[in-house]
Design a protein around this ligand. Sequence first.
Ligand SMILES: [Fe+2]
Length: 237
Amino acid sequence: MHELPPRPTYTAEEEATWQLLYDRQRPRLARSACQPVLDGLDLAGFESGRIPSLRTLSKNLDRLTGWRLERVAGLVAERPFFELVATRRFPATDFIRRRADLDYTPAPDLFHDQFGHVPLLTLPAFCQFFQRFGEAGRDANDADVAALARIYWFTVEFGLIREQGALRAFGAGLISSIGELTHALSPGVTVHPFDLDAMAARPFVTTEIQTDYFEVPSFEALTHAFERWARARGLLV
Ligand SMILES: [Fe+2]
């Protein structure tokens, strides 16, 4: 396990971009995100006034769930990604979007990778699902990798969860997006019932805002259903 590099020196403008993103999104999350995301933001150590450090976040995750962060320069290919996740490591960038790209960044930056993904890595029930997801992908053939990528998309990136009867967001693509968080919980979208086969069969577009989402009943139910789904395909034993 290699040591994470030191926290980069961010410019004053980059620090101000973080503060703007954080201060805009945090109050919205209080109304729209599931409780484990809200708790996870605090447990992981996020704060408004300072861009986080991967080392600090990773140390806090390790203490809470045994997960760690790996610094990456950008998107990771599917197979190395499965290997990281199977061994309780999550790849994250540590650059921040330009001010001109405040609302949308084509390449995931630290507001997506850290603010979006890290909170749920403080939750053992989510971590259990995620590790099994990585294990299932290790030896998957191309068709199964495509199915896993869709399940990932409709859960880890854009998943909704029912909490005391109300739909709340947990996917990192929603947690880190001002526009899509509100959109996903608006009446204009289709929210499909929990069904991994349906997720695995539904193509997605990465360049446009989503029209279709899936809800999960709980992270425990997600883990159990995923185990069954992956075992039926010989991806887990
Ligand atoms: Fe992501």
